[in-house]
Design a protein. Structure first.
Length: 180
């Protein structure tokens, strides 16, 4: 089964970069408005919780950060699968481009979770399955970035893509543990 011909043009870096250059200003504006509105509503507008007081407000930052970290890693695994199956260079470019964003939100997830856990549980960290999976996700991001950077050679520039793609696919097994 092949993709419709109109979809293949998105695999061309020239077409894809021209399209994203046109869309980027509108997307930045939309993101800025959405983030500002979400933070204002979550941090200032929402009422205090009866049991946790204002400490729960950090969850309005923690939960979206966790979702973005998981979605970025899932998208990385998807592009790794596409890249390894069809050898498309743009798939590996997208896979690598998602890693720093995912790492940023994974670290934010861990920090905000610890900041919420301290007043709620009385400790910064508890070694349960979900928290350990969140730490593992952060380490997978760090490992992916280090692996793809270290394995690339002038003789075989795709070697880092292939190694990183395999790590992504194996690491994707962590996502259901983190979600459930």
């Amino acid at each position: 089964m092949s993709a419709p011909k109109t979809l293949w043009r998105f695999a061309s870096p020239n077409y894809f970069l021209a399209l994203t250059a046109r869309l980027l200003p509108a997307l930045w504006l939309l993101a800025a408005v959405g983030i500002t509105a979400g933070l204002a509503l979550g941090l200032f507008w929402a009422p205090s919780d009866a049991q946790q007081g204002d400490a729960y407000r950090i969850l309005y930052l923690h939960v979206p950060a966790a979702w973005i970290a998981m979605v970025c890693y899932g998208a990385m695994a998807f592009w790794a699968l596409v890249g390894l199956a069809w050898k498309t260079r743009l798939s590996f470019v997208l896979m690598r481009a998602l890693a720093p964003t995912g790492l940023l939100f994974a670290v934010l997830m861990l920090l905000t979770g610890s900041l919420w856990g301290r007043p709620t549980w009385g400790t910064w960290w508890v070694w349960d399955a979900r928290l350990t999976s969140a730490l593992l996700l952060t380490l997978l991001y760090i490992g992916f970035i280090a692996l793809t950077s270290a394995v690339d050679t002038p003789d075989d520039p795709r070697r880092g893509d292939q190694a990183g793609g395999l790590l992504c696919l194996v690491g994707a097994l962590n996502l259901p543990v983190l979600y459930f």
